[in-house]
Design a protein around this ligand. Structure first.
Ligand SMILES: [Zn+2]
Ligand SMILES: [Zn+2]
Length: 442
């Protein structure tokens, strides 16, 4: 590891928190998979349960089993046979039903979905959990919780972190190119996340830790500095992305919230995922979608930098806003997934006129500081565009097979996903969400 992310572990921090991490070991680098037998022995485990799918079996599963055989470690295995493994009831059910109770440690070989299922299986069985990563494609390796589909709706299930993460660059660099791009996309997204975390802390008094933010910034910088090498499968570039994604998970664990690694750009992706489940519209890799969301968000931040807030306009917009008819539109746009968002609003009262007015005053008083944070943290859209060009990644919804006209409503819906103060809520408070949404059509 080149960024020392462990130095926050177990330390009390000026932010007031004692940061801690439940991951016990992270092995990143060339040939690291060869340490799997000693990891098993360190835990005094007798019999691993190895889980993979048809692709990850070829990428690394086979090799891992050869390693175990060569050291006379017996194991049970389950290989998912689905061409595209879905994070749903069937997959979790298969994993649970095929689990061999005589096994005392779980080893998953794969990336997003396999790891999400591995985390759930480990939570249910109470067994130690090792993930051998096959692609640096998203930031869920080290994070708590599993991103799943339940009853056809996207949801996050509680699950534990892996105990050991192995990212062997010899394996990772051979992942499909699109998965490498996705990983870097998920890292570029953090440029928005960190900026929004600071803005929210200023406006709503939300907890913020500069040490955690700094950790994330350094990890992103290492990825963007090495971006040129990614398409050539350069080891340093691949390692930087994988390490950055692990740090993303660690940063969320340290902060106890998703702020360091996820902001409005992730919500763009979330909305497209929900629409995909409901209407069968196209869905792409998480990091690919987040990178597109990052570029759209950066375009709006470009405008916001030069905005002169107008109190009268903001108050008029707020007072004339019709929440009921907006919720009808939201249901139409997102489908079943909108029900949970509407229920959430009853508890959270994000649209309470009184609270919005109070917040508007804070925003107006601190506008210079907000612009300063935007300038310090969030790059101009031209920079994001350049990065995406370097790695030849999609930049628009059309590039991933979606219609452009979903953009305004996508942006509006990002403010309803959770009670998290993000760009779209700032635009709403300023009374400019209509014009900012329309901007995305240009
Ligand atoms: Zn701290
Ligand atoms: Zn992500």
């Amino acid at each position: 590891m080149s960024v020392d992310y462990m130095n926050l572990n177990g330390k009390s921090c000026p932010c007031g928190k004692e940061h801690s991490l439940s991951i016990e070991k992270v092995l990143i680098g060339k040939g690291k998979v060869n340490e799997i037998c000693s990891v098993i022995r360190d835990y005094k485990a007798q019999k691993p349960f190895i889980m993979s799918d048809i692709n990850t079996e070829k990428a690394a599963g086979n090799y891992v089993k050869e390693l175990l055989k060569s050291e006379n470690i017996s194991f049970s295995e389950y290989i998912f046979t689905e061409k595209i493994l879905k994070p749903d009831e069937k997959s979790v059910g298969s994993a649970v039903m095929h689990f061999d109770n005589s096994c005392d440690i779980i080893i998953a070989v794969g990336s997003g979905v396999i790891n999400d299922i591995g985390k759930i299986l480990s939570t249910l069985t109470g067994k130690k959990y090792v993930i051998i990563a096959t692609a640096p494609s998203m930031d869920g390796y080290a994070s708590l919780g599993s991103s799943m589909e339940l009853d056809g709706v996207k949801t996050s299930l509680n699950s534990r972190c892996p105990d050991v993460i192995i990212g062997d660059t010899d394996i990772l660099k051979n992942a499909p190119l699109k998965m490498l791009k996705s990983g870097l996309g998920d890292m570029i997204a953090k440029l928005i996340s960190i900026g929004e975390w600071r803005i929210s802390s200023l406006i709503s008094g939300e907890y913020y830790c500069e040490n955690v933010a700094c950790l994330m910034r350094n990890a992103v910088k290492r990825c963007t500095d090495n971006a040129e090498g990614l398409l050539k499968r350069d080891e340093k570039a691949v390692e930087a992305v994988f390490e950055g994604l692990v740090i993303g998970g660690a940063a969320m664990a340290y902060a106890g919230i998703s702020r360091p690694a996820s902001g409005v750009e992730h919500y763009f992706s979330h909305v497209w995922d929900m629409r995909g489940l409901e209407f069968g519209t196209k869905v792409d890799f998480h990091g690919i979608q987040c990178a597109i969301g990052t570029l759209y968000a950066a375009k709006i931040y470009d405008k916001l930098r030069h905005l002169k807030p107008n109190k009268e306009l903001a108050v008029n917009y707020l007072e004339s806003f019709d929440l009921e008819s907006y919720h009808l539109k939201l249901k139409e746009f997102i489908g079943k997934g909108a029900n949970a968002m509407i229920e959430l609003e009853k508890k959270e009262q994000k649209y309470s006129v009184q609270r919005n007015k109070e917040r508007l005053n804070i925003i107006l008083e601190n506008w210079d500081k907000i612009v300063k944070i935007i300038t310090e943290e969030i790059p101009e859209s031209s920079y994001i565009e350049k990065l995406l060009n370097i790695i030849d990644a999609p930049k628009t919804v059309e590039d991933i097979g979606l219609e452009k006209d979903i953009l305004p409503m996508t942006f509006k819906a990002t403010k309803d996903i959770r009670d998290k103060y993000v760009l779209s809520r700032l635009c709403f408070d300023l009374g400019v969400i209509e014009e900012m949404s329309a901007l995305l059509l240009n």
